[in-house]
Ligand binder design. Structure first.
Ligand code: GAL
Ligand code: ZN
Length: 673
């Protein structure tokens, strides 16, 4: 069974910051946790100053008492290494560990995450604290999971100090070997940027004009690696001193700064912090996208929702609470997309500090109001859903995601600054979401086995090996849809010569003569099967070389020229969208979806209802139905089952109230026979 921790069933709980409270309050906390069905709390995330009051003393007594207390109440602990916020005494003794911006400003103490990722002093202190905690608690019976640090890259993603510069140079030496190779890779013949030695290289600090793009790209790669090196230093200590206990760090959904494909290789459990905005009527679509990524990072293994808000957050300009029913629905959505637990920021609402207006499982009003009732109700429902823990899902449509390409796409001085990865990805994802078709994310390196259809909304940076892999996939019957401005550069961000889309030209059966960005506020019409679609942001002058034209431009300079093409290759097909179709993207994607035979999870799904499936090892299926809309919706069902939330058997249809949900257990096919 694929369990995240030794705690049975689904995980329920949150960050608990007991150092903010006198110990008398703890007794009430654990009593209420037991009442709510909380089985896992994250402790110590910001406890460094309390655990190590100065350079020479440690104070673990309070944490000993706390862990014993929660254990007596049957609650397990996700113990944090407490390294995300170094204490004042350490910072004052070593001000050089504070991070420096690209403009040379040293950021002050007084918030959190005030450290340079490459600081040897910070790293040594963090590793030492991790070691002390691991030595002391590795066999504590309350311990179920280790929580390294907190949200790497949340506030500080890069540092431009001298220490970081030295670390960057080391990294460059490892990557390029010789300065000649670095010069070649960075294209320093341009603008007289040639280096004679690595010592002459600096991070891309604020400069008079555009900075070398490959330098910037290598910097993005380095910054992700520098934070990962910190994480791995703590992980190594935990693996050594606490073998067998799973380790996680909380990710931040689709975060540009960190290459989560690389990071997740070093996680035992993938966990995520998710804060969809209740004021955004389509927030659940973006949440689904993030959850699909978390599930995909370990190829479908269950993941953990480490943090969500029970209601409002405190860091948006306007913090709208979750209307009744939304908290429950959004919690179930994480489970529907592969989570095996729902945790929160935070257990008890703070009365001081920057987050005192953030909602909590136990609000300021205590157990009297609606908030606490919701906490009790969700705990009870998660207990009813316990059997879904460990079940998995696997889509037949894969979306290619590559951080290298994301970083390179968003470098400056491109034909259009409007080509942003998330803006390109979202309409593609939304089209699939609205059609009820499940997707997994995949790194471009694959493997692609089992996927009928691959979607690549953008692959600006594309090496020849990946292009060959994609060609092989299509030749052997796969279907690929590629978005615009793809196949442009190699891994050094040098243009593939001979016409765009470089190594995809043969597979797609076309050449792009020139990119034709569309000015802000304007659109170009595209004719597809007698229907008119609107392109925005981007179009291209395409000349086909074997591909069939499926849609043509109907207005502007490119009138009559190909906008969407298909090229049969081997037994599969390769589609190309030469423009950004925004909300009309789905009208084109319908064609490859039909050709690949990748339909919705449930036929006839009404608008606004989300349907996903998870499968247990014994073949039992769990069908999640979530009504995100404001009206009743009736869902046609294809198999009889039981709604785990109500315990009732279902018939041919099921009606969901607004924000209503059902989790149907469908017996394995053998069982039914
Ligand atoms: C997260 C963070 C938590 C808390 C929360 C508030 O980004 O990890 O510590 O600040 O946001 O929403
Ligand atoms: Zn630094």
């Amino acid at each position: 069974m694929d369990r995240l921790t030794r705690v049975p069933g689904l995980l329920y709980g949150g960050d608990w910051n007991p150092e903010q409270w006198p110990e008398e309050v703890w007794a009430e906390d654990v009593k209420l946790m037991a009442e709510a069905g909380v089985n896992l709390v994250t402790v110590g995330v910001f406890s460094w100053a309390r655990l190590q009051p100065d350079a020479h003393s440690w104070d673990f007594g309070w944490l000993d008492r706390l862990l014993d207390l929660v254990h007596r109440h049957g609650v397990a602990v996700d113990l944090a290494t407490a390294t995300a916020s170094p204490p004042a005494w350490l910072v004052r003794a070593h001000p050089e560990l504070l991070p420096v911006t690209a403009d040379g400003v040293r950021l002050e103490f007084g918030s959190r995450q005030h450290y340079c990722p490459s600081s040897p002093v910070y790293r040594a202190a963090a590793v030492r604290l991790t070691r002390m905690l691991a030595e002391r608690y590795h066999d504590h019976p309350a311990l179920a999971l280790w929580h390294i640090h907190n949200e790497y890259g949340d506030h500080v993603q890069e540092c431009f100090c001298a220490e970081s510069a030295a670390d960057f140079r080391h990294w460059l030496r490892r990557r390029h070997g010789t300065v000649e190779e670095l010069n070649r890779s960075w294209g320093t013949a341009f603008w007289s940027q040639r280096y004679n030695s690595f010592d002459q290289v600096e991070p891309p600090r604020t400069a008079p004009g555009p900075v070398n793009p490959t330098q910037l790209l290598d910097w993005r790669r380095f910054c992700s690696d520098a934070l990962l090196a910190l994480h791995r230093a703590e992980k190594a200590v935990l693996d050594e001193l606490s073998p067998g206990l799973p380790v996680t760090t909380n990710f931040m959904s689709m975060l540009k700064a960190l290459d989560y494909w690389e990071w997740s290789r070093h996680e035992d459990v993938v966990s995520d912090d998710a804060y969809p905005d209740p004021a955004d009527p389509r927030a659940h679509v973006n949440a689904a996208l993030n959850y699909d990524l978390m599930r995909s990072l370990k190829q479908g293994r269950p993941w953990l929702l480490m943090e969500q808000a029970p209601s409002a957050v405190s860091w948006r300009p306007v913090n709208v609470p979750k209307r009744p029913g939304l908290y429950r629905l959004w919690s179930l959505q994480a489970l529907a997309r592969g989570a095996d637990g729902v945790l929160h920021f935070q257990w008890r609402a703070s009365v001081a500090g920057a987050e005192k207006f953030h909602s909590a499982m136990l609000p300021h009003r205590g157990t009297a109001g609606r908030g606490w009732q919701q906490t009790l109700a969700l705990g009870a429902e998660l207990r009813r859903l316990g059997e879904i823990a460990g079940s998995r899902s696997r889509a037949r449509v894969g979306v290619l995601l590559d951080w290298d390409s994301w970083w390179a796409l968003e470098l400056d001085d491109h034909p259009s600054a409007r080509m942003r990865w998330l803006d390109l990805l979202r309409p593609w994802y939304a089209a699939l979401y609205d059609r009820g078709t499940s997707v997994d994310f995949l790194p471009p390196t694959g493997p692609y086995d089992g996927y009928r259809l691959l979607l690549a909304p953008n692959l600006y940076l594309l090496d020849t090996a990946t292009a060959e892999r994609l060609t092989h996939y299509v030749r052997n019957g796969g279907h690929l849809v590629c978005g615009p401005f793809s196949g442009i550069t190699d891994r050094h961000d040098h243009i593939h010569p001979g016409g765009h889309p470089g190594p995809l030209r043969e597979l797609l059966g076309l050449v792009v003569d020139e990119h034709w960005p569309i000015p802000d506020g304007e659109t170009t019409s595209v004719h597809l099967d007698g229907r008119e679609l609107r392109a925005e942001r981007w179009s291209e002058w395409i000349e086909t070389e074997g591909a069939e034209t499926l849609a043509r431009y109907g207005s502007g300079e490119l009138t009559g020229r190909p906008a969407v093409t298909r090229h049969r290759h081997g037994t599969g097909s390769a589609w190309y969208l030469g423009c950004h179709l925004g909300p009309d993207t789905g009208r084109v994607l319908d064609l490859p979806l039909a050709e690949a035979g990748t339909g919705p999870e449930l036929p006839g799904l009404p608008d606004g209802v989300e349907a996903t499936r998870r499968r247990a090892a014994d073949g039992t299926e769990y069908l999640f139905l979530l009504n995100h809309g404001p009206a009743d919706r009736t869902v046609p069902l294809t198999r009889p089952g039981t709604d785990l939330l109500t315990g009732t058997a279902t018939g041919d249809t099921l009606t969901l109230a607004p924000l209503g949900a059902a989790v149907l257990r469908l017996p394995a096919p053998e069982e039914r026979a």
